[in-house]
Write a protein that binds this ligand. Structure first.
Ligand code: HXC
Length: 259
């Protein structure tokens, strides 16, 4: 499918797709069309059996500097309600395959929220994270008050959301928001290395494991443990479980098929 504001390479490396946000002049500001394209691309990649992991990136200067302020500026509350942009975000959240954000430069507002919607974040040394919506008279609307708080704790989240100040990659790592920091020239390579590590695993197990970890944010411990247990049992219906355990016994590498 042809997109205007994103670029998609379904086989950037074996079993790994790359999606690049591509509005460089606007620092990848997330307008409605871009978000719609991203939703459609992620759905297509999620349905593609040859793809096991998806990496989402921007460019060196910006992952994304937030929702498109110019597009939102004149809107009323009822316009926003009718546009219902968050149904797009809800669809993106439903991506079943592991999604890694490779972040360099600005990840602000909706950009920070998009990175946090991913399962892991690999950052360059230049990455900056922030929820600066308060500076333009609003507040985060795509998960910033919830996911950020869960990731970095109340004290830091409250400060970021109420002052709009950015945090550096170092601070983000110390706070538990991101997985790792690497030099700017290799942040995508490093994200791809992480993707390759996951792509070698059973994709069925990866999907159910992702679902189970995410459930930790939505349920009580007992409900989460129950889902975990059922997913664990379910994997014993997969060929990948047979192959994985057989390969261990035979002292060879498993060849997972995703079935
Ligand atoms: C629209 C944006 C934009 C945005 C940058 N641009 N961010 N356009 N929406 N969020 C545009 C600028 O207008 C400018 O276009 C060009 O990108 C380059 O930006 P500059 O400001 O000239 O660059 P710089 O001086 O380096 O400053 C970078 C910056 C600043 C610190 C990131 O651009 C900035 O503060 N941007 C807004 C960040 C923000 O408030 N994000 C939250 C948005 S609200 P021109 O045409 O002038 O050259 C939000 C709510 C999410 O995200 C709700 C859920 C979806």
């Amino acid at each position: 499918m042809a997109y205007e504001f994103i670029q998609v390479e379904p086989q950037y490396q074996p079993h790994t797709a790359l999606v690049r946000l591509n509005r460089p002049k606007e620092l990848n500001a997330l307008n409605l069309q871009l978000m719609g394209e991203l939703r459609d691309a992620l759905k297509e990649l999620d349905d593609d059996d040859n793809v096991r992991v998806i990496v989402l990136t921007g460019n060196e200067r910006a992952f994304a500097a937030g929702a498109d302020i110019k597009q939102m500026a004149g809107k009323t509350a009822i316009d926003m309600l009718n546009i219902d942009q968050f149904s797009t975000w809800d669809q993106i959240k439903k991506t079943k395959k592991p999604l890694i954000a490779a972040v360099s430069g600005f990840a602000l507002g909706g950009g920070c929220e998009l990175a946090m919607t991913c399962d892991m974040i690999v950052a360059s040394e230049t990455a900056q994270f922030g929820q600066p919506e308060i500076k333009i008279g609003v507040m985060p609307g795509a998960g910033g008050t919830q996911r950020l708080t869960r990731a970095v704790g109340k004290a830091r989240a409250m400060e970021m959301v109420l002052t709009g100040k950015f945090i550096s990659a170092d601070e983000a790592l110390a706070a538990g928001l991101i997985n790792r920091i690497v030099p700017v020239d290799i942040y995508l390579t490093e994200a791809m290395r992480l993707a390759a590590d996951i792509a070698r695993m059973s994709p069925v197990a990866a999907k159910l494991a992702k679902e189970s970890v995410n459930q930790a944010f939505n349920t009580s411990l007992d409900e989460g443990l129950l889902l975990e247990r059922k997913n664990f049992y379910l994997l014993f219906a997969s060929e990948d479980q047979t192959e994985g355990m057989q390969a261990f016994v035979e002292k060879r590498k498993p060849d997972f098929k995703g079935r």
